[in-house]
Design a protein around this ligand. Sequence first.
Ligand code: FES
Length: 207
Amino acid sequence: MSIMWTPVALSRDVPPLVVLPVVAGGRELALWRSASGRIAAWADRCPHRGMRLSHGFVRGEALSCIYHGWSYGAAGNCLRIPAHPDLEPPETIRVAVHVAAEAGGLIWVAPSAPEAPPPDPGALQPLRSLTVEAGTAAVLSLAGLAGDTLARGHLAGVEVTVAVQPIGPARCALHVLTGAAGAAERIALSRELDALRRRAEAGEMAA
Ligand code: FES
């Protein structure tokens, strides 16, 4: 089976020094950006005692676990164990690292390097992301959007491209991009997205 990219966030929503939990391909990941702007997606599990790295903190180019402060460098290798400051951490202590890339204002992740770069949504502006407690197919059908990872169509009379992130059988996230430049259009589109979420979560079916 070919390896697929999954969109997990708008680039602008993950500024330097931020770490947050995301789900891609059924895996829980800690998505974070270093001080220099490097994006990374790691298994959301500290090699020490399995606590969530997404609760951790970024300092410089390293992510540290909030629980006992073990810190990990760009390759997922353990850099420091505060309880043993003189110890050189063994190479075997490593976080499982996924591939992360940015394209078209979106952050994409994959379990290992896909053959092709992430899909390019074209010259569009990011609008917002929203999580919907409903399955991907039902949401796209209700919205009248066509496509798979990048679904396209019109909402509130405005052309949109939606990067679709399946999270579970009854949950997905939509990362919405649009060519609409005016504030009024963007507000109307955002309201339409909120209405779409309410209808999808109420179990409304496409006509
Ligand atoms: S669980 Fe992460 S440092 Fe202990």
